[in-house]
Design a protein around this ligand. Structure first.
Ligand SMILES: Nc1ncnc2c1ncn2[C@@H]1O[C@H](COP(=O)(O)OP(=O)(O)OP(=O)(O)O)[C@@H](O)[C@H]1O
Length: 328
């Protein structure tokens, strides 16, 4: 019996399930239908496996059987960096659907094994708490909520659920190929650990997330406009944590050296992409831009205490600096 209290919150929402026809998303599909949660499905066909076409057909038939919409698309052939490009293509497709069809949530079937695999991969590269706990069960995106209802359920439990109910699913053989780094971690570390210590690992994630919340409360998002974030820091140690959280939400992961640089500096550009400025207990984060700005705009920024590296983004996006005088 898989009990997912989070599903109750979905009953009144327009939901889109990212459905690959594999074990995890098939299990989520049937858990949603059993609980009468309204949803449609979206599948990206990468055409990389013999079974790709069969899986797409299966998704369409399943959707028809349960009276759901099935959105599918065919990905182009990616020569290099397959995982990264496949992910970008996938989320672009989902976000396009969300905008066009007005979905309020995107549900993915990440589970406990994925969560541990993510943690171990980040741990091995140097990461802070919010990066280690990168898979969150509810994550606010600009136009929707990204929800991962299965984070506390192991792959083995999902498989048992499908088997015992005779529900159909496909096995993705590419998950076995250790040439992909994540599969190497999965096969050698996360899967064996979960096989032996599942309950302890579930508890640890719960405790860690609880501690993370306490730490997060050391900063507060005061204002967000487009991609500009202004955060109040209640403790200086919270700076990295705050930047980590915001950038991760925007799809950017800081490297270990960038984190060190941020610790040292009050004004910097990360990866040529993000301007970060700390000023009077406030942390400003915005995409890094350069622009010729009129004198009066610069003057209004100065009066409203908008840091120098943040101004070009405000200018490019038509964000009026004098607005901030009323916010703070
Ligand atoms: N081809 C696909 N079509 C639709 N949804 C998919 C597809 N592949 C994966 N998903 C969704 O994404 C979830 C995570 O899949 P997977 O672990 O393969 O992705 P990932 O590489 O970890 O990427 P990310 O974590 O960014 O989603 C799946 O449980 C499923 O909900």
């Amino acid at each position: 019996m898989i009990d997912l209290p989070l599903l109750n919150t979905l009953k009144t929402k327009k939901n889109l399930l990212a459905f690959s026809a594999g074990v995890d998303s098939s299990a989520l599909f049937f858990l949603l239908t059993e609980q009468h949660i309204p949803f449609d499905i979206a599948l990206v066909n990468y055409g990389t496996r013999e079974s790709s076409e069969v899986e797409e057909e299966h998704a369409k038939k399943l959707a028809q059987k349960y009276g759901l919409k099935c959105h599918t698309t065919r990905a182009p052939h990616f020569e290099s960096h397959f995982e990264e490009k496949a992910r970008t293509f996938r989320y672009d497709f989902f976000e396009d659907l969300i905008q066009k069809e007005g979905y309020e949530t995107l549900l993915t079937a990440h589970q406990l094994n994925d969560q541990l695999e993510w943690l171990l991969m980040r741990l091995s590269k140097g990461a802070g708490l919010s990066e280690l706990l990168g898979l969150e069960s509810v994550c606010t995106k600009e136009h929707y909520l990204l929800i991962r209802p299965l984070l506390e359920v192991s792959k083995e439990e999902l498989l048992e659920y499908l088997e015992s109910n005779n529900y159909p699913y496909f096995i993705d053989e590419s998950n076995q190929e250790v040439k992909y780094e994540r599969n190497y971690f999965r096969k050698n570390f996360s899967d064996p650990l979960i096989a032996e210590y599942k309950e302890g690992i579930k508890r640890s994630f719960r405790y860690l997330k609880f501690d993370q919340k306490r730490l997060v409360s050391q900063f507060e998002l005061l204002h967000r406009q487009k991609q500009l974030h202004i955060i109040r820091l209640y403790a200086m140690e919270a700076k990295i944590q705050a930047a980590d959280t915001v950038l991760k939400n925007m799809g950017y992961l800081m490297s270990a050296s960038q984190r060190e640089e941020l610790e040292r500096s009050k004004s910097l550009v990360i990866g040529g992409k993000w301007a970060i400025e700390e000023q009077n207990g406030l942390l400003y984060i915005a995409p890094y831009r350069s622009a010729d700005m009129p004198k009066d705009f610069k003057e209004r920024c100065r009066v409203s205490k908008i840091p120098v590296k943040i101004r070009p983004y405000c200018f490019a996006e038509g964000i009026e600096p004098s607005l901030f005088a009323t916010i703070f």
